[in-house]
Design a protein around this ligand. Sequence first.
Ligand code: 3PG
Length: 403
Amino acid sequence: MKLPFKTLDDVDYEGKRVLIRVDINSSLDPETKVITNDSRIVAMTPTLRELSKSRVVLMAHQGRPGSDDFISLEQHTEILRKLGFNATFIDDIFGERAKMAIMTVEVGEILVLQNVRMFEGEMKNAPVEEVSQEAIVQELYPMFDIFVNDAFGAAHRSQASIVGFTQYLPSVAGRVMEKEIRELSKVTAKELHPWNLVLGGSKVRDKVKIIEQLMEIGRADNVLLGGLIGNLFLIANGTISKEYGTYVKDFEEVLAIAKKLLDSYPDVILLPEDAAVERNGERVECELDELNGDPFFDIGPRTAEKFANIIRGSRVSFANGPMGYFEKEDFTHGTITVLNAIAECDCITVVGGGHVSAMAERMGLLDKITHISTGGGATMKFLTGKQLVLVDALEEAAKRMDG
Ligand code: 3PG
């Protein structure tokens, strides 16, 4: 497959000062804030190894401002060190201290800058021409020879550190980015049906918009919902009360979209039919009219079995996000049942997003799934057939590099 952008094969990076943007946004233990899944860090190590004769400065984000997982990149740096890299962390992004450290990075060293989202301008999602004017880009780009972007997981975000540098520096994709585009292009090359989307977890706003887009192009035959997004749709059809949507951001706006989707596609969107709640510290399975205000932490066994049967009978299944609060052992049943069905089914399967991929890894299912994607939202965006903003930016950069 001919890629629309340049890769590490197209540039001479030996001895050069290379700025690399990666996506090592990782799941944390909600209480201790310790990284519980380092798979995104491990995934990009081939790119870092290839750059072992360069002076590498690494840029990444973790969480979003205001979220529980919005922390510094110190732990990520420690993991890189454990993986054998000569990595050092600096608590600065483009200030004087960062600049000094960048100037003195030696060949074989990796300087990890602070979480780029600690710079306010990074959270702006705007056209590439605009975000490239942000201070992070303007201050840093003159210090580098090459920009490598390996942040597939954030390839749908038009943010300064993702697309801004491509305007000024010779810019290429890293190996994660390259592999994801190749694999996802392969699995979407043929229009196969039934095509299932199995969605759970949070980031509900992004997910309802993706469902909308997938329905518009007629891709999804079944949308199986659990987790927080499942709750939202159960609120939308009046089955459960609004208190179960407390953690949904922009609640009223996404609720309106959910209602519209249920009206337009009543047979496609399939919701939990029973539940598992936490009652007196224990898992209790019940009907949806028996929730009694207790935390709805998992889909119930009947729903899990129904979803598993649909998955087994499909030609393509794509899963993103857990079916419940899977950090608690008692509430992993729904996610485990769905993942087992994905592994057993004789069809094309893609699992994306950190949580479910980590669970699939723990269950030893990796070689039974067609593609484990490092992306969550980016992978879903790819499935809608829309070109990712990062792919666009790297394509433009490639044209510039060819003169
Ligand atoms: C992800 O985890 O999907 C990526 O790191 C992007 O994160 P975001 O949704 O906070 O932009």
